[in-house]
Write a protein that binds this ligand. Sequence first.
Ligand code: 13P
Length: 251
Amino acid sequence: MAQPTPLVAGNWKMNGLRQSESELQALEGLLGAGSDAVCNVLICPPFPILSRFADVAGDALMIGAQDCHTQVSGAHTGDVSAEMIADAGATHVIVGHSERRADHAETSSLVAEKAGAAHRAGLTAIVCVGETETERDAGDTLEVVLKQLTGSLPETTTADNCIIAYEPVWAIGTGRTPTNNDIGEVHAAIRNALETQFGDNGTRFAILYGGSVKPANAKELMTIDNVNGALVGGASLKASDFNGIIDAYRP
Ligand code: 13P
């Protein structure tokens, strides 16, 4: 069975202005200058600059959004549809990030609808799952993560239109990461669940790790079994830092 192509994805969250295009250009320069990385590279900027970024991004870089609505269009003030995201030139959309689950009370069934909307529009959905610190301390990590996973995948899911991101909530923006063993255990459990649901195709899904990934720890994290890339917040904002993470996939 083919191995998933690794992906290093940057989630800019609510950061970035038109002038941040220079950071995108700097990243393109670094991607072109170094030896070829054996991974895909994605930047997910906020909506106002999404279309511009998609216009100027070269072949080495893909552009994605951070959320989408479930409907194609209509009376949903302030929302953005997956079709609009595709029309802007993006190829991916993050759904179910823990910040949206927490700040906007998004449930796994809503996340599944959003991932389904992404598929309807021809986008790849990056479906996020992850436990809180309280859940980890209670020993509930695998149960929580697998429940989110199965509840967040729509019927349209395939290994080609869906990427899973495991992001422990307590590791996001804190500088703390789980041990390699703990990450390996969760990624193995996700892989197992995907194989149960999708048979042999379960091996083809990329499973990203996210939460305080930095240039200093990326190489080690990316060698853990079933870790097929990273979803990066803070360290994706500066081209030099993000490129240092991409180094994990350079010879
Ligand atoms: P940090 O890399 O800043 O910890 O954020 C991770 C994240 O939430 C990416 O989606």
